[in-house]
Design a protein around this ligand. Structure first.
Ligand code: ADP
Ligand code: ZN
Length: 516
């Protein structure tokens, strides 16, 4: 049978999705391959089809036991016998599983990376003919990623120790070019064997909602307007999960809570209730995620912003896995990001790692403040490009595109005058002519541009964030992020670039009123 026939016979699909055939051909040619495909693209098929075509066994390295369980259940539904070997497997079951694999009755064995590091297990594996090692969630191998897992670092050594010399297929949905290179280097995958399909998720509409007055109410209204549609609401603390769940339940919404503080039985029950639509909505921390395979999630709302674009895209990407139109909404509160910054400040991680976290935080801040297409912003973050999507909140923004060049010039001049010595809050206070103690200490009145902007501090910070996101200004330094002017910023001062921003009519009237 060729790969198309296996796809049809075993999985019931008529055609390969983009990238699948190419990956499978390379894998069957005994190449080491990296497949980067968005969530829902169908990565599993890329090693499951070869597993059925090869004579021996395929090892699948997977980071989570719950993930393995789901995969094995769905394989069994398709009549494929697979098994997991992990810390939850009773010792007396290990040998029978290995024996069945030896006899060709089990084609796929799922293990954690930690298990492959165990000498005795490697010894046992050497009785098997292993054709292929599939490394799922391969970004966990890279410190540049967002989910680093030390045991992934030892994978190549473990794989190389296997007598049958299998080839490797690494798979991930979230990898920037730096992470892709890192995976390639660590697993010995040549660049020409990187198969990277488009990161764009054309059935998702992205939306940023800037500081709503009442976030729980906003969410409740949204859910009520989407009756009968399943959704996930992410927030960042267990306490917020509980209070938001209570609030939504009081509004008559069928909702369950999920966070890492609940015991695993409780969590399984909630997950199952959601899977079978007994709850419309789950409110969760980021503990809810990997391993849920509900295809008809119609919306994912981040009640507090994610910490980086990678996590955001992964979490938001749980909407619309069935390809139907779905929404991904991020509610932006600058305070959340300040809090994350504080966590990084306080963390014990080494300097380099912290620096990376600050950069990732800046990228998600830019996402929240950009005026450009949100889908395009994300795709570009991952090193690709796409056309404006035409349906994100920025593409659909009908507010007047206002010429803000004069204000932008004022900000750039102020930043220049302050000589890159201050962060955005001080810059904002100088711009609006704040009279607080800090301004007195700095003798801020000496600056030509002190007080040149007529707006409040929140608006001034938002304008600075917008200019950073639009690359007229940039942040240097990490723990103390200082604002600097970029080359594009100089072009604004020279009048070579017109700066525009969409501003709601009400806001514009308010400003004119303020200026008088
Ligand atoms: P990923 O791991 O990339 O997020 P999965 O492997 O879980 O995605 O696949 C997502 C869904 O797409 C699954 O329900 C899977 O059965 C389905 N699928 C995979 N390949 C195809 C295909 N060629 N045609 C139709 N559906 C497919
Ligand atoms: Zn768009």
């Amino acid at each position: 049978m060729n790969s198309e026939e296996v796809l049809k016979q075993t999985f019931g699909y008529d055609h390969f999705r983009p990238g699948q055939k190419k990956v499978i051909d390379l894998v069957l040619n005994k190449q080491n391959v990296l497949a980067v495909m968005p969530t829902g693209a169908g990565k599993s098929v890329c090693y499951q089809v070869p597993a059925l075509m090869n004579s021996g066994v395929t090892l699948v390295i997977s980071p989570l036991i719950s993930l393995m369980k789901d995969q094995i259940d769905s394989l069994k539904q398709n009549g494929i016998n697979a098994a997991a070997l992990n810390s939850a497997t009773p010792q007396e079951e290990v040998n029978p599983i290995l024996r069945q694999a030896y006899q060709g009755k089990i084609k796929l064995i799922y293990i954690t990376p930690e298990r492959l590091a165990m000498d005795y297990f490697r010894y046992q594996l050497n009785f098997l003919d292993i054709d292929l090692v599939a490394v799922d969630e391969a970004h966990c191998i890279s410190q540049w990623g967002h989910d680093f897992r030390p045991a992934y670092r030892q994978l190549l050594e473990g794989i190389n120790s296997l007598k049958s010399k299998p080839n490797i297929l690494a798979l991930t949905a979230t990898a920037t070019p730096a992470v892709q290179d890192d995976i390639g280097e660590q697993l010995n995958i040549p660049k020409e064997n990187f198969v990277i399909t488009s990161f764009a998720r054309p059935n998702l509409s992205f939306k940023v909602v800037n500081s709503p007055q009442n976030t729980p109410l906003y969410i409740a209204k949204y859910i009520k307007a989407h009756e009968g549609e399943a959704g996930i609401v992410y927030t960042n603390t267990r306490k917020k999960v509980e209070s938001l769940t209570d609030y939504l339940a009081k509004k008559g919404i069928s909702v369950g809570a999920y966070h890492g503080g609940m015991d695993s039985k409780e969590r399984d029950e909630i997950q199952e209730a959601f899977q079978f639509d007994r709850f419309q909505v789950i409110v969760a921390t980021n503990a809810f995620g990997m391993g849920i395979d509900k295809s008809n999630v119609r919306f994912v709302i981040h009640a507090s912003s994610a910490r980086n674009i990678e996590s955001y895209y992964q979490e938001a990407g749980r909407a619309g896995r069935d390809g139907e139109e779905s929404e991904a909404i991020m509610i932006y509160h600058p305070g959340d990001l300040r809090q994350y910054r504080f966590f990084i400040d306080e963390s014990e991680a080494d300097e380099k790692y912290r620096e990376l976290q600050y950069q990732k935080l800046q990228a998600i801040t830019d996402y929240a403040n950009t005026g450009e297409c949100l889908q395009q912003f994300i795709v570009q973050y991952f090193g690709q490009d796409c056309k404006p999507c035409g349906k994100c909140s920025n593409c659909l923004n009908q507010d007047d595109l206002t010429d803000i060049t004069t204000d932008a010039q004022k900000v750039v001049s102020m930043v220049y005058e302050l000589d890159g010595r201050f962060g955005k809050n001080i810059v904002a206070q100088c711009l609006i002519g704040s009279k607080n103690q800090r301004m007195k200490e700095l003798n801020a009145q000496q600056y030509d541009h002190y007080g040149c902007l007529k707006m409040n501090q929140r608006e001034a910070v938002s304008l600075i964030d917008y200019l950073i996101a639009s690359r007229f200004l940039e942040i240097e330094g990490t723990k103390y992020p200082l604002v600097h002017v970029t080359n594009r910023g100089w072009d604004v001062l020279d009048g070579k670039i017109i700066v525009k921003r969409r501003i709601a009519k009400v806001q514009q009237q308010k400003r004119i009123f303020n200026e008088n």
